[in-house]
Design a protein around this ligand. Structure first.
Ligand code: GLY
Length: 269
């Protein structure tokens, strides 16, 4: 946000070597202000099937405070990128790439992910990924209303029919349970209980990421450990259900954000 802040970051990377070789070269970009949205599409090299919009929460702390993480929670749809704007947004950030890759002789087949900042000057791309986002994937898959493998096969074989990809109208929301201390130093090896109990709530699914099984027990083995995801008729209900589901999980030395979905609710959804 300030020149001083930018200079400090440059000092850390180029002088103090904070990120080692990875920080020996820097790219200075404009600061983009706005709300973030993730916009993904299945692509078969030529045709695309747009996925509903979603929103990640990258910062570790409530109110987007603290260092960035791989993502502490997500929900779909994201009111900041409403249905009425999907086609024009795809025309801006998805379709030009698909057309270019085809013309260049390298048709792109798979999931294209555009991370967008919704600025006052319109949507601006922050990053592209060629995969599902984590944790956007969890709410998106909860809303998918057809067979994912059929869709993926159609993409791979260049015969994607966008009409085959159907979505539930409901809202899905995922809260990531992480190990305390993440994204800095954190412990592993905590015993997690209550996952099955949590999933007994209708509409709840607990996606496991940083876990391993040991003698029939679930043990934490990473920084972002669980993606507790709820599907409900609207955002407020999905948020409530996801946090109810978390209450059923016993996970010592864990941490999660308590405001996933707040931005969307702030838009009066
Ligand atoms: N959620 C951001 C990513 O998967 O890169």
């Amino acid at each position: 946000h300030t020149v001083e802040c930018a200079e400090q970051a440059l000092e850390e990377m180029l002088v103090a070597n904070r990120f080692g070789g990875a920080g020996s070269k820097v790219l200075v970009e404009d600061l983009l202000e706005g709300e973030e949205a993730s916009f993904l599409a299945f692509c078969d090299g030529e045709r695309v099937a747009l996925m509903p919009s979603s929103q990640d929460h990258k910062a570790i702390g409530d109110g987007d405070m603290g260092p960035n993480t791989g993502g502490m929670g997500a929900y779909s749809p994201a009111p900041v990128l409403p249905r009425s704007r999907w086609e024009e947004t795809a025309e801006l950030v998805i379709l030009p790439i698909i057309r270019h890759m085809k013309a260049a002789g390298h048709p792109f087949r798979g999931v294209l992910y555009a991370g967008i900042m919704m600025t006052e000057a319109g949507p601006m791309v922050l990053e592209y990924n060629v995969r599902f986002g984590d944790p956007e994937c969890q709410p998106l898959l909860m809303r998918l209303d057809c067979d994912l493998t059929e869709v993926m096969l159609a993409c791979a074989q260049g015969r994607l029919d966008p009409a085959m990809v159907r979505w539930k109208d409901d809202t899905a929301l995922c809260v990531v349970m992480a190990a305390q201390g993440y994204p800095e130093k954190y412990e592993k090896g905590m015993r997690i209980e209550g996952i099955r109990n949590s999933e007994e709530l209708p509409g709840v699914k607990v996606f496991q990421a940083g876990t391993r099984r040991e003698d029939g027990l679930v043990i934490s083995s990473g920084g972002r450990v669980l993606g507790v995801t709820a599907l409900a008729p609207n955002l407020a209900a999905a948020q409530k259900l996801a946090y109810q589901a978390i209450e059923r999980i016993q996970f010592p030395k864990s941490y999660f954000r308590r405001d996933i979905g707040a931005k969307g609710l702030g838009r009066g959804v």
